[in-house]
Design a binder for this molecule. Structure first.
Ligand code: GDP
Ligand code: MG
Length: 195
């Protein structure tokens, strides 16, 4: 299964007019702050440090674009659900996300990172809705599955699949630290990005 030795950072957008050119195909990664999104991007691309792993969640409100190859991008969306963020920052996040999901023609699918110990929350469900309402696909990574024993991780997998009762949504267990579920995630990226 291919990895991405040539993956590179392209640009960051803090505002709507700063998005990377809307050509080719891209996959967006979204999730709560601290859900393990940056770790997942690094593990899947096998590029440690490509997306920074943060110990101060909720700070950045940037859309980060990474190129895997010509016209194939991963997009690291700003995390949500951080309690201490001021209302104005929250409103800006919503505005930027709505703009992104509405205009982005190259967006083929969403990878939603959900901490397997928390399960799917209301904001996670809202992100899925944005994608499905626009006829696109979504894939849920139940992250940090190394923190759960086998029966608990299978239970959360089953519950999440039941909650995401839509043919356009798939769900898998994932751990960046234990390197679990990497091949499955990469296969999906390859499929969505068209080889
Ligand atoms: N146990 C465990 N911890 C993880 C895993 N992935 C990320 N973390 C930890 O969760 C925290 C947040 O990770 P990060 O990737 O920065 O999350 P982000 O805020 O969603 O980008 C960090 O302390 C990571 O070390 C994992 O697979 N297993
Ligand atoms: Mg991050």
């Amino acid at each position: 299964m291919s990895t991405y030795p040539n993956a590179r950072f392209v640009t960051s957008a803090a505002e709507a007019h700063q998005l990377a050119p809307d050509t080719g195909r891209e996959i967006a990664f979204a999730g709560r702050s601290n859900s393990g999104k940056s770790s997942a991007i690094n593990a899947i691309t096998q590029r440690a440090g490509l997306a920074r792993v943060s110990r101060t969640p909720g700070r950045t409100q940037l859309i980060n674009f990474f190129e895997l190859g010509p016209e194939r991008r991963l997009v690291d969306l700003p995390g949500y659900g951080f309690a201490k963020v001021p209302e104005m920052v929250r409103a800006r996040w919503l505005e930027l996300m709505e703009h992104y999901f509405n205009v982005r023609e190259s967006l083929v699918g969403l990878v939603l990172i959900v901490d397997s110990r928390r399960g799917l929350g209301a904001q996670d469900a809202a992100m899925l809705e944005w994608m499905l309402a626009r006829g696109r696909r979504a894939h849920v990574l139940l992250s940090k599955s190394d923190k759960l024993n086998r029966s608990d991780s299978l239970a959360v997998l089953r519950q999440t699949r039941a909650a995401c009762n839509d043919a356009a949504v798939t769900v898998q267990l994932f751990s960046a630290h234990a390197r679990k579920g990497l091949e499955e995630a990469r296969a999906l990226l390859e499929e969505w990005l068209g080889g």
